[in-house]
Design a protein around this ligand. Sequence first.
Ligand code: LLP
Length: 421
Amino acid sequence: MDHFLYRDGALYAEDVPISEIAAAVGTPFYVYSTATLLRHFKLFDEALEGTDHLVCYAMKAASNQAILKTLAQAGAGMDVVSQGEYLRAKAAGVPGEKIVFSGVGKTAEEIRVALTGGIRQFNVESEPEMEVINAVALELGMVAPITIRVNPDVDAKTHAKIATGKSENKFGIPISRAKEVYALAASLPGLEVVGIDCHIGSQLTDLEPFRLAYEKVAELTETLRAEGHNIRRLDLGGGLGIPYERSNEAPPLPVEYGQLIKDTLGHLGCEIEIEPGRLIAGNAGLMISKVIYVKSGEGRDFLIVDGAMNDLIRPAMYEAHHDIVPVNEPAPGTESQPYDIVGPVCETGDTFAKQRSMAPLAAGDLIAFRSAGAYGAVMASEYNSRPLIPEVLVHGDQFAVIRQRPAFDEMINRDTIPEWL
Ligand code: LLP
């Protein structure tokens, strides 16, 4: 459920008409709903009620300071994967002890910044990275808390570009080698092993892969404890999917996911961390775009809209489906027609949807791309010299621009001309 609903034929974000925001900021833009962000965070928090836990929002999904602050004030920790994300989380007021540092290639500099600024734990992805964390910690006279990300060799049954838990993927260490890698960690004086980490992929629409992975984590916890390691924290990653196509998708709910966690791992008495990104932000955001032209092609009509693949890359990159709805609700009984919905970028890949059934639209009409809050604005680029589009946050009947649209000059003047030109 989200807070983007029609009222008297007009699409609203909470209590604000989308058309009012469009008039104020221009199109295209992203709009997020505070109530939806908070609702999704609470669903996870409540799903783990009764267990010692921390929901660490995977801020790669949507990392605007205002979004981070909204979630942090509700009690969220953060999962970060770069120095930039770490510094953003800190700037939004998240204390170091609520930030976990994931990512497959942390540099010595990133490790130093996180250790000195405060960190809950590093999720270590390889032995060489472990050696570097140890070295940096010793150099600073500190001890770095770590988990080791194990790769459970489970098929997440999701898009190949976002599956991470198979042995051929670049992530984590094979679970079969965990014993020896934990022994190495225990021998390094700059490290304190606090637990195990595991993340198998994103947009999972079935709980079974999670079950298989978590059962392996449970078994590994017992094995490592028997070896003398003090495993007291389990970071279970993110990955729970969302309904992108509302008419025919119903992925498992956070409460079911929480129950699975309790069933598979509850007996171990560990503190549980989860790192959801998409489920918190995805359906809390829309991309709003305007129809520039309706073009009649060979046997098909194109809606050429002012948003493009540089603003929302998911359809081009993952063949992802986003529901697209008109901001002005069609009158009941209006007949739909198929459209190819495309952006103005000079690539055929700049196609959001093919033969999508929509009520007739005309130049100037506003449309909303649903489920665009996660991996939308954060993956945008300025390809075709199209400035990054603004982000807007709604809170009840208020809205605020939380990232401005840069002026063309600002974008152009970031280039510098060498003196020989
Ligand atoms: N933890 C780790 C270590 C991750 O790598 C990820 C996502 C998450 C948590 C959050 O997963 P989520 O709950 O959002 O599924 N750009 C792609 C998704 C990439 C996901 C990368 N890792 C997309 O637009 O579908």
